[in-house]
Ligand binder design. Structure first.
Ligand SMILES: Cc1cc2nc3c(=O)[nH]c(=O)nc-3n(C[C@H](O)[C@H](O)[C@H](O)COP(=O)(O)OP(=O)(O)OC[C@H]3O[C@@H](n4cnc5c(N)ncnc54)[C@H](O)[C@@H]3O)c2cc1C
Length: 333
């Protein structure tokens, strides 16, 4: 039997989809192991009970404290530890978002709990957890059996299915008391300023249209933005603009768009790479995308080794054609 604790991340009073992916995964494992799923909410805790129950929570732990309305590493780590102890959790699961990448190692280091980060596969077989994890910047995938109990596991966003909500499910909820002292609040969030770009972040996107050195400058990215505009109008999902590091370092586009080892790790349904060679550091950030399309003039470009569909062609010919065709197919302007 494996009880599982899941950290629920919220943003602008909504549960982040990545947490529902984790919850649904936990629910499947709990079914297989006969354990329970405990969902942990910290800070803003009201109004989420039904959603959490429908996606697989059996019990909801709430740490409602005004001081925790913004994420803070130290007290959040304490809340996680208190919840793990109370639930008797064999594993603590969370999404490997920016927050998750900060929180999980803190809990691991502070409380001596073993941790596996950014995994892409998780199953429960013969009473053991089996984990798939990308290694060497995604060049190989290792399958591991988890021997530690308890352990912390962070799941790569957009890899695991969120599933469909089961509205017949219900969950109990209880307030969790965490022994927080002034010392835990030595760091304070004074103000949160969000970048108002109006663009979808690559980590949230269903489709990423990405450009590299081959787009030749900021104007090339404007062309890719036109393609994104048509896809958005076609209503095919959330579409974001990605970039290689060369494009970012050249000052053609902001770093927030960079995909790769020193950028963001993404796993959209569709990743379209235009004028990107496919260096290992770029592949590390996007090779777990469900479908990869590459357009490159060089037939030997390494990106073609990971691409599901490849086109050896000049992107400046291909992108305008795509825009024209899509406008006709989806009847948009
Ligand atoms: C420690 C470290 C970390 C790094 N982190 C990252 C990272 O996070 N993300 C990342 O992307 N890189 C990263 N890099 C850099 C990486 O090694 C590559 O240099 C980079 O990814 C190359 O970018 P690119 O593919 O745009 O450029 P290039 O490798 O120069 O490739 C450009 C491609 O465009 C094609 N092309 C040119 N013109 C056209 C055209 N008109 N139509 C179609 N195709 C065309 C060319 O054939 C070529 O294949 C990192 C490097 C290091 C050392």
């Amino acid at each position: 039997m494996a009880n599982i604790l899941v950290f629920i991340e919220t943003k602008k009073d909504e549960i982040r989809e990545f947490s529902l992916e984790v919850l649904n995964t936990a629910s499947k494992i709990a079914d297989a192991s006969g354990g329970k799923v405990y969902a942990l909410l910290v800070g803003k805790t009201d109004g989420f009970d039904d959603t959490l129950a429908h996606y697989g929570a059996d019990v909801i732990y709430k740490v409602s404290d005004e001081r925790l309305s913004n994420y803070l590493t130290v007290p959040y780590a304490k809340a996680v530890k208190a919840a793990m102890d109370k639930a008797g959790a064999s594993v603590f699961l969370l999404s490997a978002t920016s927050l998750g990448k900060d929180l999980a190692p803190r809990v691991a280091a502070k409380f001596g709990v073993p941790m596996v980060s950014d995994i892409t596969g998780l199953e429960y077989k013969d009473g053991k957890f089996e984990i798939v994890k990308p290694l060497y910047a995604g060049k190989v995938y290792g399958t591991f059996e988890l021997s530690a109990d308890p352990a912390i596991i962070s799941l790569r966003p957009k890899i695991f299915e969120k599933g469909e909500p089961d509205t017949s499910r219900s969950a109990s909820s209880e307030e969790l008391t965490v022994d927080l002292t002034d010392d835990d609040f030595r760091a304070k969030v004074v103000e949160v300023k969000e970048k108002e770009t109006g663009e979808i972040d690559v980590t949230e996107a269903d489709i990423i249209v990405s450009g590299g050195r081959g787009v030749k400058g900021p104007e090339g990215f404007e062309l890719l933005r036109q393609l994104i505009d048509v896809l958005n109008k076609a209503g095919v999902g959330k579409v974001a603009l990605g970039a290689s590091r060369v494009a970012v370092d050249s000052g053609w586009i902001d770093h927030s768009h960079q995909v790769g080892q020193t950028g963001k790790v993404v796993a959209p349904k569709l990743y379209m790479a235009f004028g990107i060679s496919g260096a290992i550091q770029h592949l590390a950030g996007m090779r777990t995308s469900k479908v990869i399309v590459a357009v490159n003039k060089d037939p030997e470009a390494p990106i073609f080794k990971v691409a599901d569909y490849g086109l050896v062609e000049d992107l400046f010919k291909v992108v305008p054609e795509m825009i024209k065709e899509l406008k006709e197919i989806y009847k948009v302007e």
